[in-house]
Design a protein around this ligand. Structure first.
Ligand code: FES
Length: 268
């Protein structure tokens, strides 16, 4: 029989995203679970591994519910202290807190400035010719939503691989992101895979395929907008062609992907 959820009083959410894993999240989670088991608190608590919680600079992180307490830079020793304090005294451990409900700001020693998309600039691009171009974000938290949006809303958008194979989103039977790092675009007769997840540092083959550079552009010649994907050496992986800049999809790109950076005015 599974856990009786009605008895669970406290839930601990451990970040298992790339930065937290690098900073020792697995050992933190193991120490927490071992403590909960051995202290006889297993049935009244619940532990969950999450993906990135958006506070990578404070890795490894953990959230304690009830109470909405965020903890930073945990170690196996600190996490046991935190759990003990919540379960036995119903108190957070102030020194390790990153954020608690109703705080105005986080308490971080390593706060990063938010990545800012640069304004579009005109350039003469070796592949695109004269264009307005800017660099977007390449993590799977941006790339997958972009493809998901196109799959659900823009049948006329197309993707072209570096070898020149092109297909329209209307031809996709399914868009699947269930593998560890690959996004699969499944058509009737073939599947195109794009590497969009975090790849192991020493896997050169995957690194070569991973989308690391994402550029949004307006091409003067064609009057069309699109996205260029490349690897960490800026070698082409593929293109998305999105039509004219006055179409709804470009409004989506501007607002959701480009922090409201707009093209310099052009006549369409
Ligand atoms: S990977 Fe844990 S907060 Fe980002």
């Amino acid at each position: 029989m599974g856990k009786s959820l009605g008895e669970v009083k406290q839930t601990f959410l451990f970040c298992d995203g790339g930065s937290c894993r690098k900073a020792g999240a697995e050992n933190v989670t193991r120490a927490a679970r071992a403590y909960l088991r051995n202290s006889g608190n297993w049935d009244e608590t619940h532990t969950i591994k999450t993906r990135c919680n958006g506070r990578c600079e404070d890795a490894p992180t953990c959230i304690v519910e009830d109470g909405h307490f965020w903890y930073k830079k945990l170690t196996p020793e600190k996490v046991v202290e935190v759990i003990e304090s919540h379960l036995e005294k119903n108190q957070p451990v102030e020194d390790y807190l990153l954020y608690a409900q109703d705080w105005k700001a986080v308490k971080s020693e390593d706060e990063r400035t938010k990545f800012k998309i640069k304004p579009f600039e005109w350039e003469s691009h070796p592949e695109l010719g004269n264009c307005q171009i800017t660099k977007g974000l390449s993590s799977d938290q941006y790339v997958y939503p972009l493809f998901d949006y196109l799959h659900k809303n823009v049948p006329g958008a197309s993707y072209e691989t570096a070898s020149g194979e092109r297909f329209f989103f209307r031809e996709l039977i399914e868009l699947r992101y269930t593998k560890t790092v690959e996004l699969e675009m499944i058509q009737e007769d073939k599947t195109v895979e794009l590497v969009i997840g975090a790849v192991p540092k020493d896997d050169q083959e995957l690194k070569k395929l991973k989308i690391t550079n994402t550029h949004y552009f307006y091409q003067e010649n064609s009057g069309k907008v699109g996205v260029r994907f490349a690897n960490n050496k800026n070698e082409l992986i593929g293109y998305l062609f999105l039509g004219k800049p006055n179409e709804k999809v470009w409004e989506y790109c501007t607002k959701i992907q480009l922090q409201n950076n707009r093209l310099e005015s052009i006549s369409v």
